[in-house]
Design a binder for this molecule. Sequence first.
Ligand SMILES: CC(C)(COP(=O)(O)OP(=O)(O)OC[C@H]1O[C@@H](n2cnc3c(N)ncnc32)[C@H](O)[C@@H]1OP(=O)(O)O)[C@@H](O)C(=O)NCCC(=O)NCCS
Length: 182
Amino acid sequence: MINHKIRKLNIKDIDELEKIELETYGKYGWSKDIFKSELNNPLSLYLAYEGLNEGSKILGYIGTWLIVDEGHITTLVVCSDFRRKHIADILLYNLIVQLKSNKIKWLTLEVKASNTPAINLYKKFGFKEFGIRKKYYQDNNEDALLLWTENIQTEGYTDKLKGIMSQFLLKENDADKSNYKL
Ligand SMILES: CC(C)(COP(=O)(O)OP(=O)(O)OC[C@H]1O[C@@H](n2cnc3c(N)ncnc32)[C@H](O)[C@@H]1OP(=O)(O)O)[C@@H](O)C(=O)NCCC(=O)NCCS
């Protein structure tokens, strides 16, 4: 596993974030102004995955709005050179742990119907399809799948999270397993 730290995103990160958005989504990426308003929103939670051996660069981030007992995931990006190294697994896991302690019960999000990597990730974490938003995306008019979790506060879901984390931590020799206990 990459030597990393999970921390909250802050305003000082926005230049770095805008660059990653541009690389990921081109002109459809979030601007600095969008990040400013998201990070100033008291109902949002944004986490960064910092690569400690990469000069503390942000290698990925995830965000959510907290609306009563629902968490609406607004973004999840991993830098292209660092994909398939469990960074999204770790970000989503950390987000869910924090949301569980904030009494959030259900998580929801929209994802492009063709985005197999993201759909696989969310399904692994127990998200299920509950609908389609037709032509939801501006860049290519693609449909969005609307995904929801079961209640993340249940023992069953906690066991599921433990199972997901133990599966890949077991494969990693240098994993600091103590960081990833529920
Ligand atoms: C989707 C994304 C965040 C995944 O990040 P990642 O760090 O590479 O993912 P991880 O290595 O943590 O993989 C976690 C799981 O995601 C799924 N997954 C990730 N990449 C995949 C791929 N290329 N093909 C199929 N499944 C994939 C798998 O289920 C994987 O679990 P496994 O390794 O046990 O099979 C990344 O590809 C990305 O940033 N894409 C562009 C932005 C985006 O589409 N964001 C999602 C918006 S809803």
